[in-house]
Design a protein around this ligand. Structure first.
Ligand SMILES: Cc1cc2nc3c(=O)[nH]c(=O)nc-3n(C[C@H](O)[C@H](O)[C@H](O)COP(=O)(O)OP(=O)(O)OC[C@H]3O[C@@H](n4cnc5c(N)ncnc54)[C@H](O)[C@@H]3O)c2cc1C
Ligand code: FES
Length: 253
């Protein structure tokens, strides 16, 4: 069920269009969380919005008790977060959900804020075992390469307008890499259309693929059914409890 911890904002800055990076002092959760898992966050004592919001950390430092998020402003909860000054008390539930499988040679494919949990996964891997593919609409959206753990050097970029890197969608970079036979697993997080394409390519190549799903969440702990997704075999899964990380063959994207 996770830990409930009261923490504090220690730093916050704008990193891109509508994109913010926030550091939180959460020593107990920092010691417990693993890549792919998420925290459920709200301002301590806040009534508006009342419900916590889910975020997958982009970096965790257990030694200093720091959890870092990168978030996009999409509505009232994330807009309010941009106003949280250093020292703001936060009420956090974590670490929640399932983890990415690390080890072997990993191909990470991220789009938009879906790149954040892949950064944390990369942080926990030997750098030479990771190839990261990141996609965005244009040059302004791929500031992510600079935020990646500096040890990861094999980062390839695709932009819709060709202003930097490959001109096209990020899944277009996947087939040639999978054909090399070098990768033991694909990890992907981002827009559903991107993950659907990446998962189909990995499945066709016989390479296991893990997808991280986003859903609106209420409780974050399996009680409210706000977050269900469809299983390929029929029936439903709770993204907060059975996910957010699933084997791609398990769920409909
Ligand atoms: C496991 C998990 C990890 C996440 N990690 C990150 C992260 O690292 N960085 C980040 O920026 N965001 C992340 N999100 C998404 C983030 O939780 C939502 O953007 C946030 O809750 C929106 O809150 P809000 O009050 O600003 O928006 P609201 O006012 O609640 O909603 C604004 C709009 O966004 C839509 N929306 C809200 N939440 C979601 C959602 N979860 N999925 C799809 N649409 C949604 C609403 O339907 C509405 O159209 C994650 C979500 C999940 C489930
Ligand atoms: S968010 Fe309540 S069951 Fe998943």
């Amino acid at each position: 069920m996770g830990i409930v911890e009261t923490g504090r904002v220690t730093a916050q800055r704008r990193v891109g269009p509508q994109m913010w990076q926030m550091r939180l002092a959460l020593p107990r959760i920092a010691a417990a969380i693993r890549p792919g898992q998420f925290i459920h966050l709200r301002r301590d004592g806040a009534h508006e919005p009342l419900l916590r919001r889910p975020f997958s950390p982009s970096r965790v430092d257990a030694a200093t008790g720091t959890v870092e998020l990168i978030y996009r402003v999409v509505g009232r909860g994330t807009a309010a977060m941009t106003q949280w000054a250093d020292g703001t008390a936060v009420d956090v539930l974590g670490a929640l959900g399932t983890t990415f499988t690390l080890g072997g040679r990993l191909l990470m494919v991220g789009g938009g804020v879906g790149i954040a949990p892949l950064m944390y996964a990369a942080q926990e891997c030997a750098p030479e075992t990771v190839t990261a593919l990141i996609g965005g609409r244009n040059r302004d959206e791929v500031f992510w390469a600079e935020l990646f753990p500096p040890t990861v050097t094999d980062i390839r970029i695709a932009t819709d307008d060709g202003s930097i890197g490959h001109h096209g969608y990020v899944p277009e970079l996947v087939p040639a890499l999978l054909e090399s036979g070098a990768y033991t697993r694909v990890l992907t997080c981002g827009p559903a259309v991107m993950m659907r394409a990446v998962a189909a390519m990995a499945e066709a190549a016989g390479v296991p693929c893990e997808v991280s799903l986003e859903r609106r969440m209420g409780c974050g702990t399996g009680g409210c059914l706000a977050c269900v997704c469809d299983r390929r075999a029929g029936g439903h899964a709770k993204v907060c409890l059975d996910g957010p990380v699933f084997d791609s063959r398990e769920v409909r994207l």
